[in-house]
Design a protein around this ligand. Structure first.
Ligand SMILES: [Zn+2]
Length: 284
């Protein structure tokens, strides 16, 4: 049985339509847990994966490896920001590990058309990994693709995710997680852009912004070329933000964290910037 029925660009699912395990009408907080948030691996670091309400995953980096098999089986919905491996590497093994449980309730993958094309061509292509969108057969496939575009809102009972255009080296979106009248925004990978900030400014209750800074300032050229922020470019973009959410920095390349934080403090002296760690959790 599916945990909730999603709708793209629709209203929230009503109580009578939702599954018994949803909590509509109950003001219990919704959990957002960081499974991995590094730009690489090594020394216990794991790459981007964020678990929402135990059942929705945003990106499937190596962070997913911290979950137990029982926890993995609860996840029936995946949102991808983009195709890069630090955000998708765990997906093939995840689908394989919980294959039997997906026979009853397939894994729904939400992503841009370009990201879905990349998964089909380069990952689930029967060379790198079996095509789970055709197994055990096309009609009963355990993996289903759902195309979304920037601006789309996908609702699951008490939580909804809005895709937001960002500017990376491949087509990418960030996600705004809306629950209990609050919002947590996750940029995914991006460099300077004009698309994320107006969307954030339109939210009255932006509680937290999780935003990437992959490289220190002395690698600003590489950051620009590869579609990432460095501290100086993030500082400039933060001036576009009209709210004062808690700001959490993610996706730093391993070994650069201390330098990036010194540079962030110098570039943004008037704001507290927090470092995101695996294991951090938010409540909405
Ligand atoms: Zn990327």
């Amino acid at each position: 049985m599916q945990t909730a029925r999603p709708r793209i660009n629709g209203d929230y699912v009503t109580e009578s339509e939702s599954s018994p395990d949803s909590h509509i009408g109950v003001a219990s907080p919704m959990k957002v847990e960081v499974l991995g948030c590094s730009g690489g691996i090594g020394g216990g670091l794991r790459t981007t994966s964020i678990l929402v309400d135990d059942r929705i995953l945003i990106d499937v980096g190596t962070g997913i490896g911290v979950l137990s098999i029982e926890q993995l089986k609860k996840i029936k919905t995946v949102f991808l920001t983009h195709s890069h491996l630090d955000h998708t590497a765990g997906l093939p093994l995840f689908a394989d590990t919980v294959f039997d449980s997906l026979l009853e309730d397939p894994l729904q993958i939400y992503a841009r058309a370009e990201t879905i094309d990349a998964l089909k061509t380069h990952m689930f292509n029967d060379i790198m990994w079996p095509d789970f969108a055709a197994l055990p057969d096309a009609e009963n496939a355990v993996l289903r693709y759902n195309e979304i575009a920037s601006g789309d809102l996908v609702s699951f009972g008490r939580v909804a995710l809005r895709a937001v255009e960002v500017h990376h080296s491949v087509p990418s979106v960030g996600y705004c997680i809306e629950a209990n009248d609050q919002v947590l925004a996750f940029s995914g990978d991006t460099k300077t852009n004009q698309t994320l900030w107006p969307v954030l400014n339109a939210y009255d209750k932006l509680k937290a912004l999780v935003i990437e800074v992959s490289f220190p300032n002395d690698q600003a050229e590489l950051a620009e070329h590869s579609g990432h922020y460095c501290p100086l470019t993030l500082a400039r973009d933060l001036e576009k933000l009209e709210h004062s959410p808690d700001i959490w920095v993610t996706a730093m390349k391993p070994g650069t964290e201390a330098t990036i934080f010194e540079e962030l403090e110098a570039a943004i002296p008037h704001k507290k910037i927090n470092r995101l760690h695996a294991g951090d959790a938010f409540e909405l």
